[in-house]
Design a protein. Structure first.
Length: 277
C-alpha cells in the first residue's frame, strides 16, 4: 500500500509545488531499482493551476475534462483511474493523473454540493494504491474541499513554511484544518514535519525564523531549503531540479550534484524514506 504524502499550506508562494515536484522526482530516482510496485511513484496535482504537472509532463499534462482528475472528483460513480495514469517525461517510474484547469476550477465549486465530498479523492485513488510506493499530492493555497480531499486521502503531510514572520504566523489555521481531518476522517494522519523554504541567508530575520520553528516543532523541523536559481530555472524549463542539474554519475545512492538545491532536496528525500520505512 502506497505511502501518501500531501504537501500543504494555506498560504501561496511557500514552495509547495517546488517541494511536491522535487520530492516525487527524488523518490522516483531512489526507488527505481526496487521491484514491482515498490519502484513507482504517483504525483497528484490538486491545484487547478496545474504547475506541478508542467514540471513532470510538459506537453502531456492536460486532458479533456472527462479524462482528467476533475472527473474523478466530481462524477458519481467516478470513472476508473487506471486508464488515466500517464508516465512522466523525465522518469519512467513517475506517473501522474492529467489535469484540466477549467474543469478543476469547476470541481472546486461543485464539490461542496456533492455527497461524501470530503473523501472523493481517497475513493478515486483506492484502486491503484497497491501499485505505487509513494503518492505525492500538491495542493492549492486555499482552505477548501480540494485541500480537505488531499488530507483525507493521505497518511502523512509535509508543511512548507516560508522563512518570514508571515509564513510562521499562518500555520495555526492549517493545523486546525489538519486536526479536524483527524477527528472526522483520518485519525492516522501524521505531520511528518515543517519544511523551511525560500531561505535567504542575507535576510536578518531568516535565522530568527529558523530558531522559532525549531522551538515550536523541535522534532519536526526539517533542514531548510534555500533560495536557489537552479530551482527557478528548473521549473521554467519544465523540469525537476534533479533532471536540470544531474550528477555526472547517478545512482540510487547518489542523486545529487554539486548544485546546493539538489543536495538539499536529496537530503529531504532520504529523510522521508527513513521516516516512512
Amino acid at each position: 500500500m502506497a505511502i501518501t504524502i500531501t504537501i500543504a499550506n494555506e498560504k501561496g508562494g511557500v514552495g509547495k509545488t517546488t517541494t511536491a515536484v522535487n520530492l516525487a522526482s527524488g523518490l522516483a530516482l531512489k526507488v527505481s531499482n526496487n521491484s514491482g510496485a515498490n519502484n513507482r511513484v504517483l504525483l497528484v496535482d490538486m491545484d487547478p493551476q496545474g504547475h506541478a504537472l508542467l514540471a513532470c509532463a510538459y506537453g502531456q499534462h492536460m486532458a479533456s475534462a472527462n479524462d482528467s482528475l476533475a472527473a474523478l472528483l466530481t462524477e458519481t460513480p467516478p470513472p476508473s483511474i487506471q486508464p488515466m495514469l500517464r508516465r512522466g517525461v523525465h522518469y519512467q517510474n513517475l506517473f501522474f493523473v492529467p489535469g484540466n484547469r477549467v474543469a478543476m476550477v469547476d470541481a472546486a465549486r461543485i464539490l461542496p454540493t456533492l455527497m461524501a465530498n470530503e473523501n472523493r479523492l481517497s475513493r478515486a485513488l483506492e484502486p491503484v494504491m497497491d501499485q505505487f510506493a509513494y503518492v505525492i499530492i500538491d495542493t492549492p493555497p486555499t482552505t477548501g474541499d480540494l485541500l480537505i480531499n488531499s488530507l483525507v486521502a493521505s497518511s502523512h503531510a509535509i508543511i512548507p513554511v516560508e522563512t518570514s514572520y508571515l509564513g510562521v504566523t499562518g500555520l495555526r489555521e492549517l493545523q486546525r484544518t489538519i486536526e479536524q481531518v483527524r477527528n472526522h476522517f483520518r485519525p492516522d494522519l501524521q505531520i511528518l514535519g515543517y519544511l523551511p523554504t525560500l531561505c535567504d541567508e542575507q535576510r536578518n530575520e531568516t535565522q530568527d525564523i529558523l530558531n522559532e520553528l525549531g522551538k515550536r516543532y523541535p522534532d519536526q523541523t526539517f533542514d531548510p531549503i534555500h533560495k536557489a536559481t537552479d530551482l527557478a530555472y528548473a521549473h521554467s524549463a519544465h523540469m525537476d531540479v534533479f533532471s536540470y542539474r544531474p550528477p555526472r554519475q547517478r545512482s540510487t545512492d547518489n542523486i545529487a550534484s554539486s548544485s546546493r538545491a539538489t543536495q538539499e532536496y536529496a537530503a529531504l528525500v532520504d529523510k522521508i524514506i527513513q521516516m516512512t520505512s
